[in-house]
Design a protein around this ligand. Structure first.
Ligand code: CA
Length: 401
């Protein structure tokens, strides 16, 4: 699996599972016991030691509460400002700064080996587990076996369970130490087992890759994973900016990449009005709360954040927290107008779909497709095309504009 498709348990709880994959109706036939018998044979075929299979899986039962956590359908997305206020807290900024300082020698070594900014590692570390204080409470093998048995994403979790068993075989962790999130994520930066198996690094030289307890292992493993997602050393990831009162708002959005010189020409400046370098660096303008809300330029390294977690609110929050740990001041929250509530969001999506826009499922969530459709419909209605759904926009849609 190239990317982390599940968010940390904390973010799922905070978002009301808003980003869980759309669940196609499926039902489980056959007993868990029968499934487990088959899986045990496959695990041995895949190279797991028979003794490990027997000692960890014999007599295991399914945990049906895991399936209901996974099936829980999201309510509605929170706004970016609400989301980031809950997650990118001043406390996490401070503890991130302190962690970078406390682990300075390891981070220096990591920067030479992997080139990932310490602030970025610290931001994920803070968001995923508050530096180890919340790594989840569920036995990971049982969660993974339950999700692998379940029809919804069985194949993916089958691979994760095999990876978890191989971590035990390798001697990194014992089965009873594997306590994590209900979705099977492990360690202080909440790695899925396949990522743990493929990217974890023994950086303190004790012979084990220990993402539960070892600061050096956690730092280097997270850096190694971030590098694998395409991180480019020494480049920025996100920068707060200021937008002019008027501009061609339809240029905003993660799918639009213009050179920084073009943004400068349109009147985009640094957060305090300072001039940005008019160079060829590609950047997307993000206006998650519309033209009157906070504004950011997202640079190529920002892609790492959207690969870590596909929720744009999570990605911008993590990237912003990293800039704060790196010394940036708190963002200007602007004065965004109120967004639509959940039912209004669904109504807007239904109206957009009726007009022929491809918005996917009318689920009340502001995904990439919905944002693009809003921009196009705003242009047609003669409204500022910033991709942010307002009451004014819904009124225009209702009246057929
Ligand atoms: Ca180690």
């Amino acid at each position: 699996m190239p990317t982390k498709t599940l968010t940390c348990a904390l973010a799922i709880v905070l978002m009301g599972a808003a980003q869980a994959d759309a669940a196609p109706a499926c039902s489980n036939s056959g007993s868990f016991e029968k499934w487990l018998d088959g899986f045990k044979k496959d695990a041995v075929t895949a190279g797991v030691k028979p003794a490990t299979v027997a000692s960890t899986l014999d007599g295991m039962t399914a945990d049906m509460s895991i399936i209901s956590s996974d099936r829980k359908q999201g309510f509605f997305s929170q706004t970016f400002l609400d989301f980031q206020t809950k997650l990118a807290t001043p406390n996490r900024v401070q503890s991130g700064i302190a962690k970078v300082k406390q682990q300075r020698a390891v981070f220096d070594r990591e920067e030479k080996d992997y080139g990932v900014s310490p602030a970025v590692i610290a931001a994920f570390w803070a968001l995923e587990s508050d530096f180890g204080s919340g790594m989840g409470k569920k036995p990971v093998l049982r969660s993974l076996a339950t999700l692998a048995y379940d029809c919804r994403r069985g194949e993916m979790f089958r691979q994760e369970l095999i990876a978890a068993l191989k971590i035990i075989d390798r001697g990194d962790l014992r089965a009873d130490e594997m306590i994590g999130s209900w979705a099977g994520e492990l360690g202080q930066t909440q790695f899925l087992p396949a990522h743990y198996y493929n990217f974890a690094v023994d950086y303190d030289g004790d012979g084990k890759r220990d993402l539960l307890r070892s600061n050096p292992d956690i730092i280097a493993s997270t850096a190694n994973f971030i590098k694998s997602l395409g991180w480019k050393a020494g480049e920025p990831w996100l920068q707060e900016v200021r937008v002019p009162a008027q501009m061609a708002w339809e240029n905003a959005g993660l799918d639009m990449k213009l050179s920084r010189a073009e943004w400068v020409k349109m009147g985009v400046t640094g957060a305090n009005g300072q001039k940005l370098p008019a160079d060829t660096t590609p950047a997307s303008l993000l206006l998650l709360m519309g033209k009157n809300g906070p504004a950011f330029l997202a640079y190529p390294n920002f892609e790492v954040f959207t690969k870590w977690n596909q929720s744009l609110n999570y990605a911008v929050t993590a990237a912003y927290l990293a800039t704060r740990i790196n010394g940036a001041p708190a963002m200007n929250r602007g004065s965004p107008v109120a967004s639509l509530d959940g039912p209004q969001m669904v109504e807007m999506q239904q109206l957009l779909a009726r007009k022929g826009y491809k918005i996917g499922e009318a689920d009340g969530k502001l995904g990439a497709g919905t944002r693009l459709a809003i921009r196009q419909a705003q242009l047609k209605a003669g409204l500022p095309a910033d991709g942010y759904p307002t009451q004014e926009f819904l009124t225009a849609l209702r009246s057929g504009r």
